[in-house]
Design a protein around this ligand. Sequence first.
Ligand code: BDP
Length: 327
Amino acid sequence: MQISVSKALLGTAAALSFVASAAVADDWRAWNIHSDGHPNTAAMDLFAELVAEKTGGEVNVEVFHGGVLGTQPDAIEQVQLGAIDVGNFNLGPLGSIVNEANLVSLPFIFRDVDHMFRVLDGPAGEQISTAMGDADLLPIAWFDAGARSFYNNSGPINTPDDVAGMKIRVMNNDLFTGMVNAMGGNGTPIAFSEVYQSLSTGVVDGAENNLPSFQSVGHYEVAGFYSMSEHLIIPECVCVNTAKFEALSADMQAAVVAAAEEAAAFQRELWNEQTQASREAVEAAGVKINQIADKTPFQEAMVPVYENYLAANPDMAELVALAQATE
Ligand code: BDP
């Protein structure tokens, strides 16, 4: 009698635990714009692996690389809607959706990458994260994306005047078109996947990106001058649809965040190695990389960009001041 009772109980417990785990088992689709050989691709693969391990298979992430799920602005929207669950997004194209996130897209706002991470880890970062979470784009880890510099095919850029008259591809954000236009150029938003062709056919004269992306998508083959303007230092997030994340138990949330943080630590290490390796590879392929002796004229050219931006977004003055005051 006793045996059959405990057997029945065991059976019920097993059935319940099956129902419970079936109810919370979650399949997530992840968006990544990069292909094999880029640090973020390796980091997103590691994220998926760690999520499976740390959640005991209750959350499964399938990463779609190479932007096959859509352009970045589209994918950001899809994560907001919950049609894609998670993405590795650059905060540049995200700034037009979440006002606070635009802080990081102001040219020369950060002194270097370490300063950018100190700002993100402080109260300004907290405000940005909260606003992103409220917009259904909850950041659970930050990736390094180095500094972006100009590249083109006609010669080195040493002053803002060298940008004048050039059509330069930028990511989708009015701040970036404004930035190029303030130097007398013509800032043109084009999807990342179309930049190679645009450069090779002369639709644009140049573009701007960090060294790993400049190399990984072959832009160096069609733009032989890379000038170290380092005008934008924009972080990237691993961003999850907020409702999807909040539907997880506290334990599962902690497991997913731990996976993202571990993947981010790995990404930042890889990033530094890849920046050096990409530099060497493009130079070996014949690209001329030039340092810019004095970046002050570029920074001075951004004064109207800041003025216009703050006039249109007075609420952002406090965040800007907070970032600038961060040691
Ligand atoms: C790369 C970013 C990627 C952007 C791309 C671009 O990692 O998210 O889409 O630049 O310029 O560095 O569009």
